[in-house]
Design a protein. Sequence first.
Length: 321
Amino acid sequence: MTARRRILSRLLPQRVRGSAGPQRAMLLTGAVLTALLLLTALLAPWLAPWGHAQLQDGGALFGAQRPPGDGHPLGTTAGGYDVLARTLWGSRTAVAVIGLALLLSVLPGTLLGLVSGYLGGWTDRLLVGVADALYSFPSLLLAILMSVVISGGRSSLGGGLTAAACSVALVFVPQYFRAVRAEVLRVKGEPFVEAARVIGTGHLRIMFRHVLRNSVRSLPLLLTLNAAESVLTLAGLGFLGFGIEPNSAAEWGYDLNRSVSDVTSGIWWTALAPGVATVLAVLGITLLGESLNDLSDPRLRRRRAPAPVTPLPAAKERARA
């Protein structure tokens, strides 16, 4: 084993080491882009040359629609904001809505799926019907309605994040509900669950100690796949004018909305950075989720072909003889 392979065997999990070819390329690309998004969100106050709502420096205004140059590597927007600063600060808004949306959807979806699958009967039928009804709503339309109800459309950072996260969470809850319910229906018939019932273990202990812990293995995959939709929903709200006020936080969808007229006038730099940032964030999270899904499925997992065995000198002599 070469030194490079020994280092990889120590640093990478077994399933990741088992990937090869395009599958490994997709996994590493998604992991790098996702890590870059998280690092940018964490270090945005130190990486950004200006504040997200800063319009001047030392009493002098930045100026509107200035081309890339000294002091403004990516130029300025129609509102006079620095494009690079708005793009870097926008990563924090994207990561915040991802975390809040997943938190508001994973817990209710998991608990409802556990109760529905374990109890069955009319409770199961009722919850399944409600989940199917929620799942039928278009996520962006639901996001617009929630934004109007919660914040009246345009809002502050807290109101905008809450509206986007709640709308996305309502769409995600049925997905986690279905995944957990299907696993609970399988696990509750296992011999160890029957043995727990025989010895007199209470239903709550069986549900949370024996059933739940064996029914959430697929949730990490759903987390990565649904995080990308959170970014797209937030960007869609901002692009349609239902996002966050520019003075409250930076948001890529709002900046794209304001740059539409600039692009038709030949001013390309105001739309390039937020557009590329949105695409890379969604692409990275999607590639990571899809690759993890492939690695978790033995039918889709690709293994490297075994390396040819080099015969020893003694074996060569015996083969010649």
